[in-house]
Design a protein around this ligand. Structure first.
Ligand SMILES: Cc1cc2nc3c(=O)[nH]c(=O)nc-3n(C[C@H](O)[C@H](O)[C@H](O)COP(=O)(O)OP(=O)(O)OC[C@H]3O[C@@H](n4cnc5c(N)ncnc54)[C@H](O)[C@@H]3O)c2cc1C
Length: 371
């Protein structure tokens, strides 16, 4: 008899796990996704953790490995016959107002390259050299170019993973579900049980586990961004990471994404805030004045999940070997999410991942408070 798997949450983690699990003929898999506020579909798409000045070593180890894992995920999708891939290595440029600040980031990246050769060439760029890469930039910044940085279209990646999952025999249900207990999912009037239940519900994990007696250290953060449709040939432009909150991501066919906000006091709100969008628009024009010539074509809003340590967690709930959870991926979950989903899938399949996940145990974030 086939083993039963239920996955609750079809963002990047749940969908990657579903994709890899569905390659096994011995499993019957149901993926349930409400699809509201999905961070993965709202995300900007930067895959470049190597310039970050965060001191959190656990976060870095996971997220750098996650950025590297994109090459494997794309190779696996290509082997499945997908040619129009959603991830491109375009390079990434960090900007600073002073040369000494760029030298500091360069040192960080050079140190990291010893363990992460995927970073590729690291090059300081003078003001004029920057314009060769990003012609819309004002000529007053200093830059650092990392060859191995890239961009991903999160929505497109989800669509591809879902399609492959369906082709492999998986089933997708578009609705909200709850838990009756650790072994039982409530789907309307029905009760579903399974050999493994994966809770990959992003910022909504507390809503799932709270009613069955768990306290979860996860809070929501609202993120908004906007897109412009320009007439520039942006196909090969690198991702631009200016200082401050915003990033500027050229995608193909002139599409440029500017984002994102990090709003801690808005709960699960998904209303567009025109003032916040305007503030990002003004800020982006301080770096690329010509962006003012284009009206906003689209906006996106999603909910990120944060833990109190700003680190993600994943694995089994204590004493519940068949209940898997993950959350807290924060603002870099598009980078490390596929790797987390793959690891969960490999463990369920009994395969080696060669990655020590002890530092990311859910035990530090999930407590059973009542039976
Ligand atoms: C504006 C913005 C910009 C970002 N930019 C980047 C970036 O450039 N680079 C980067 O690495 N990361 C970025 N991130 C972060 C990244 O998008 C997230 O960390 C990551 O996508 C989280 O994935 P997830 O699978 O954990 O959750 P999600 O993608 O949020 O998916 C969770 C899913 O679970 C579903 N769900 C929840 N509860 C239930 C239930 N009870 N029943 C059924 N379904 C349920 C939800 O509807 C949702 O579809 C950004 C995020 C935002 C919001």
């Amino acid at each position: 008899m086939k083993k039963e798997i239920i996955i609750i949450g079809g963002g990047i983690v749940g969908s990657t796990a579903a994709y890899y699990l569905s390659k096994s003929p011995d499993l019957s898999i149901r993926l349930v996704d409400e699809g509201i506020g999905t961070a993965t579909r709202a995300a900007a798409g930067i895959i470049c953790p190597w310039m970050a000045q965060k001191k959190n070593k656990d976060w870095y180890r996971l997220t750098s490995s996650g950025a590297g894992f994109y090459r494997q995920l794309m190779a696996d999708l290509r082997a499945d016959g997908i040619n129009d891939l959603p991830f491109q290595v375009t390079g990434t440029i960090g900007l600073k107002s002073r040369k000494d600040l760029i030298e500091k980031v360069e040192k960080i990246a050079l140190d990291r390259r010893e363990d992460a050769p995927v970073i590729g060439q690291i090059q300081q760029l003078e003001k004029e050299e920057l314009l060769d890469y990003l012609p819309l930039l004002k000529d007053e910044f200093f830059g650092l170019h990392l060859e191995g940085g890239g961009r991903v279209d999160g929505g497109k990646l989800l669509d591809i993973l879902h399609q492959q999952f369906l082709e492999n025999g998986g089933q997708i249900f578009r609705q909200k579900v709850g838990l009756k207990d650790e072994q039982t999912v409530l789907v309307g009037q029905e009760e579903w049980t399974a050999d493994h239940i994966l809770l990959t519900a992003g910022a909504w994990l507390p809503d799932l586990l709270g009613p069955i007696g768990y306290q979860v250290d996860v809070r929501p953060q609202k993120g908004q961004l906007f897109e412009l449709d320009t007439h520039f040939d942006t196909e090969n432009w690198p991702v631009c990471m200016p200082y401050g909150e915003i990033d500027i991501l050229p995608f193909s066919q002139g599409r440029i994404i500017v984002g994102a906000t990090h709003e801690d006091d808005m709960g699960y709100d998904l209303e567009l805030d025109p003032d916040k969008i305007q503030a990002m628009r003004d800020r982006s024009q301080e770096f690329m004045p010509q962006l003012a010539d284009f009206p906003i074509a689209r906006t996106r809003i999603g909910t990120r999940a944060y833990t109190s340590t700003y680190s993600p967690f994943y694995g089994q709930v204590a004493d519940q070997n068949h209940l898997w959870v993950t959350s807290g991926l924060g603002s870099t979950g598009l980078t490390n999410g596929p790797y987390i989903g793959w690891q969960i899938a490999m463990e369920i399949l009994g395969k080696e991942t060669n990655f020590d996940r002890t530092a990311y145990t859910p035990d530090n974030y999930i407590t059973k408070v009542k039976n």
